[in-house]
Each structure stands twice: as structure tokens, then as C-alpha cells.
Design a binder for this molecule. Structure first.
Ligand SMILES: Cc1ncc(COP(=O)(O)O)c(C=O)c1O
Length: 352
């Protein structure tokens, strides 16, 4: 311990000396010492992660953490899903290499997840494995900035990172009316009127299910009206699907996306496996872009790949391998569906 402390002190002194030496050397040369970070401003902490820190520091026993979206069981434990453990054991026995994935990721995983979300592997769909759902939103919005521009319209309220990611992608942002604070439901008339006023090419962020933070989604009938309107107006639906299976069950939760895909939209889906597979830190997500044809898809994919290559080069492999295994193995898939359903019921019980 003492040796460690002495060693760190030594390192500190050496780096101070080096800094001073550099400064005096530069002064000797008659130049001014350039402090690159002198004008850096302190940024506010992320509101969601900041809330978690506030929760940790709160000494009250009846505190409730409404910060980052992580599933806790009835004993307030955050544990890896059993089915994920099983898949991991299998993977450890058979995995021979952890070599790089391709830029667009693990095809087995992407196809299996596409089938889970869309019901089938549709023609003209571009898919790319991304770094969690956030990474998929970022790559998707980078693509939109690159190919079409357009303002991104985000529900009010929404997951705060939508705004930040859209801004980071260099797109203009606006908020659209979503929630009625008096009725505690969706203000569909206002939302519909807002969408009706948008210009062609506008990008609209839609929560596929389990709207965060309100927990209130469009009804199927409302989704149908929106689908028709979006087609008429030439709006681009960009679905964020972070909670598939946590709302009203898998079928109901993916119904809006399936409806839009069948109706012939060009659209995007940013899917996350963080919550429904409990793979939070494994950063497992995917972007699906529905284009008009196979030929168009080839071109769009080449753009997506370029964006990924210059960003994080290629995605992490572990989580995707697990999800691929679970979805493709009928026994594991059944177990996953059952475990997910238990979690869903647990959440709805806790909400009650
Ligand atoms: C609505 C919404 N979208 C996307 C995400 C991002 O998920 P991921 O952790 O996979 O990046 C979250 C996470 O909390 C979310 O609530």
C-alpha cells in the first residue's frame, strides 16, 4: 500500500516537472505556452444519470429510484436473466474466437432480431448492429443527416437523450405535442394537427411502445391514422424500440412497427436489447432502415457502413452472439419469452 502511494506521488512529481520543463522550454523559445483546455466550460451532468447519483446519496429508507431504466425484481435486485446465463455457458463452451465482427455486425443476430420485430425478413431492409439502442439512434440520425437532412420532431416529453443525439448528429430539432397533463393521456388531436402541418421529409421520432417517460402509447386505431397521414405528407417515421415486451406483450408492442412496415413506409427502427434481454452494459442494439427496394438497400447500407467505420469501426460481439443464440434456439427462445413475460408482469404489478 505504502509503496503504491509513494509510486503514485513519484509519478505526479515527474509529470509536474515535465509540465514545468515544457513550459519553460517554450518560454525560452520566445513563444507563449498554449493551454488547450483553458477555456473549457463545465457541463451539467446528464439529468438521468445525475438522478441516480442523487438516489445513491439519499439516506431515506423509503427512496425510489426513478432514474436510469433498469429492471429490478421484487427483492430490488438487478440480476442477469437466467436464459442469458444459459446462453453464456453454451457460448463459453463453443466460442473459439473473439475476432472482430464486420462493420455492420453479426448477421445471424440481425436476421433473428429483424424477424422478432417485423415478423419476417422484408426485402429492402438495411440492418446494422449498433452500440445499444442509443448507438442505433445515432447511426440512424447520422444517416438521415447525410442523405436527406430534415428537422427531427421529438415528442414532448421524451427520453432526454433524443434531443441530444439529434443535435449531435447536426440535425435541427423541434418538439411535438404528445401528452395531456390534465387527462394524463395522449393529446392525439394536437399531435395529429402538428404532424399535418409538417413539411415533406420531416423526421418524426416515435416510441414503438412503452413511451418513456409517460408510459402512454398511441392506440392501434391512432397508429393507423398516423400511418396514413405520414404517407400522405411524406414524413419519415423513426421508431425507437427500447422496451419491446415490457408493455402489453410482444405482439402488441411490435404492432405499430409491423403496421407501418406493411403500409409501405420508408422508415427506421432503432432497437435495443438492453432491457428485454437485460444486456445493458453489453451495448446490444440494431438499426433497421426500410428502403423502397433491394437496390436502394445496397446503397443505403454502404452509407451506414461508412458512418459506422469512421465512428466506432465495428460493434461489440458478446451481447449479439447471446441474443442470436437465444432467438434461434427454440428452447432458449421459449424460456426467454417466459422470463420476459414474468418481468413484464412484475413491472405492471409494481406500477399498481
Ligand atoms: C426511450 C429509450 N430509448 C433508447 C434508450 C437507450 O437504450 P440503450 O441502453 O440500449 O442505449 C433508452 C434507455 O433508457 C430509452 O429509455
Amino acid at each position: 500500500m505504502i509503496t503504491q502511494v509513494l509510486f503514485s506521488l513519484q509519478l505526479l512529481c515527474v509529470s509536474c516537472l515535465l509540465g514545468n520543463q515544457q513550459e519553460s522550454m517554450i518560454k525560452k523559445l520566445g513563444r507563449e505556452w498554449m493551454d488547450f483546455f483553458k477555456n473549457v466550460e463545465l457541463k451539467a451532468p446528464d439529468p438521468i444519470l445525475g438522478l441516480t447519483t442523487a438516489y445513491k446519496n439519499d439516506s431515506r429508507e423509503d427512496k425510489v429510484n426513478l432514474g436510469v431504466g433498469v429492471y429490478y425484481d421484487a427483492d430490488l435486485q438487478q440480476e442477469t436473466m437466467h436464459v442469458v446465463h444459459k446462453a453464456e455457458e453454451k457460448l463459453c463452451r463453443h466460442e473459439r474466437s473473439k475476432t472482430y465482427l464486420s462493420i455492420d455486425g453479426d448477421t445471424g443476430y440481425l436476421d433473428a432480431l429483424q424477424e422478432l420485430i417485423f415478423g419476417e425478413n422484408l426485402e429492402g431492409v438495411v440492418s446494422a448492429q449498433c452500440v445499444g439502442g442509443t448507438g442505433a439512434i445515432r447511426v440512424g440520425l447520422d444517416l438521415m443527416k447525410h442523405v436527406s437532412g430534415g428537422t427531427v420532431h421529438i415528442p414532448n416529453p421524451s427520453w432526454p437523450n433524443h434531443l441530444k443525439v439529434a443535435m449531435a448528429a447536426g440535425l435541427k430539432t423541434e418538439k411535438y405535442p404528445y401528452f395531456n397533463n390534465e387527462t394524463h393521456g395522449i393529446d392525439f388531436e394536437k399531435a395529429f394537427a402538428y404532424f399535418s402541418s409538417l413539411s415533406k421529409g420531416s423526421i418524426v421520432i416515435l416510441h414503438g411502445c412503452c413511451h418513456n417517460p409517460t408510459g402512454t402509447d398511441f392506440s392501434l386505431e391512432q397508429w393507423e391514422k398516423l400511418s396514413t397521414l405520414f404517407l400522405e405528407k411524406g414524413l419519415f417515421p423513426f421508431f425507437d424500440l427500447a422496451y419491446l415486451g415490457f408493455g402489453d406483450g410482444l405482439d402488441r408492442d411490435r404492432a405499430a412497427i409491423r403496421l407501418f412496415a406493411k403500409s409501405g413506409h420508408n422508415m427506421a427502427v432503432a432497437a435495443s436489447c438492453s432491457k428485454n434481454f437485460g444486456l445493458y452494459g453489453e451495448r446490444t442494439g440494431a438499426l433497421y432502415v426500410v428502403t423502397s427496394s433491394k437496390e436502394e438497400a445496397v446503397k443505403v447500407l454502404s452509407n451506414v457502413k461508412q458512418l459506422i467505420r469512421s465512428n466506432y469501426s465495428n460493434p461489440p460481439c458478446h451481447g449479439a452472439k447471446l441474443v442470436g443464440m437465444i432467438l434461434k434456439d427454440p428452447t432458449l427462445r421459449k424460456e426467454w419469452e417466459q422470463e420476459l413475460e414474468q418481468m413484464r408482469l412484475g413491472i405492471s404489478g409494481m406500477r399498481q
